[in-house]
Design a protein around this ligand. Structure first.
Ligand code: ATP
Length: 332
């Protein structure tokens, strides 16, 4: 396989609270290869967004990378560690080489400017195109993301568009400089299922046509099944299972991954099957259990789980952080 675009190694992120600090990412490692989609999946609070903000160099002021590295391979083949990049280096990369789309387009789009101006602004920042060329390129982007009547929509303000159309604008904004890496943080969560399917289709088509690599952040295993080539399951700031998507769905082996799969309807599973929510919630960062963080919610937990557990090989290209990996939960 080609050299990775992104190779995150033992990444640690901490947030300062008033008198103490809490660790939000604990030795997170994953690899994204060119042209592929890696899904980071987990419940709210598992550390998915913190991972993406660390990659973008956009952690909030009270957050910092406290260990590990984020190796990024630029289009010219040079590899650098984003955790040590300067603010100006990151500013030059964001939008041009590494782009991000968020769940809620309204919070990323400026209500005071037309969508054409906002997408054009990216070109103004990162290219030498003149005003006429920029407008032409914006129009092509709006057509590429299938905005109907793009020539008149280009002068619309965000509030004049539907939610689905706004998400298409966000995608156009992210893709206009042809980034090598796209980070998509729950891009379809706020949309109804029909529109969600259309946006996922669009992202797959753009990936095929433009060849970018996608880090896809979601809590939804159904979306993972639709989009991912590779999957990293996160729980309480750590990766608990990692595999190719087909291997993960064929042999989910961490009790948390199995719990996620049993808690939602999945294509291909018997109709009327009982859905079982995972009991309890993700522990707060200041009250992490000593050993396996999932143990308090796990039907397989025993004495062994009081010891810290880390990812280990379970099968080829399949790693699991569980002393009981692969064992069936007999009671939930
Ligand atoms: N600015 C902050 N200060 C302190 N803690 C934070 C801050 N931002 C995030 N955290 C904590 O980091 C942990 C991981 O949060 P994160 O937003 O990455 O989770 P997530 O998996 O993306 O969840 P969601 O799907 O809800 O966005 C959470 O416990 C959260 O409370």
């Amino acid at each position: 396989m080609n050299e990775p675009v992104l190779d995150v190694r033992n990444l640690r992120v901490a947030f300062r609270a008033r008198r103490s600090s809490v660790t939000a990412l604990r030795d997170v490692s994953f690899t994204l290869h060119p042209g592929r989609t890696l899904a980071l999946v987990g419940e709210s609070g598992s550390g998915k967004s913190v991972s993406s903000l660390a990659i973008m160099g956009l952690l909030p002021p009270n957050g910092a990378v406290t260990g590990g590295a984020i190796h990024y391979r630029a289009v010219d083949g040079s590899v650098s560690d984003l955790t040590t990049a300067s603010k100006s280096e990151m500013r030059a990369r964001r939008g041009a080489e590494i782009a991000m789309i968020f769940q809620e387009p309204m919070s990323s789009l400026n209500p005071l400017f037309t969508i054409g101006d906002q997408i054009g602004e990216m070109l103004l920042l990162h290219t030498d195109l003149d005003a006429r060329q920029r407008r032409q390129r914006v129009l092509e982007m709006l057509e590429l993301v299938e905005i109907p009547a793009a020539a008149s929509r280009i002068d619309n303000y965000p509030h004049e568009l539907s939610g689905g159309m706004r998400q298409r604008v966000m995608i156009a904004l992210a893709m206009v400089c042809n980034p090598a890496l796209l980070i998509a943080d729950e891009p379809t969560t706020a949309l109804d299922v029909t529109i969600q399917a259309q946006i996922l289709d669009l992202m797959r088509r753009l990936q095929k046509e433009l060849g970018m690599s996608i880090l896809f952040i979601t809590h939804d295993m159904g979306v993972v099944a639709e989009m991912a080539d590779d999957v990293a399951v996160m729980y309480a700031g750590a990766i608990v299972e990692q595999a190719g998507a087909s291997e993960l769905f064929a042999r989910p082996s961490h009790p948390y991954t199995r719990g996620l799969l049993h808690s939602i309807p999945m294509p291909g599973r018997p109709e009327g099957e009982r859905l079982v929510p995972i009991p309890g919630t993700v522990p707060p960062l200041h009250a992490m259990p000593e050993g396996c963080a999932f143990a308090p919610r796990c039907g397989l937990a025993d004495e062994a789980c009081r010891k810290p557990v880390s990812l280990s090989d379970f099968a080829p290209n399949h790693r699991v952080a569980c002393f009981h990996a692969g064992r069936e939960v007999t009671h939930v």
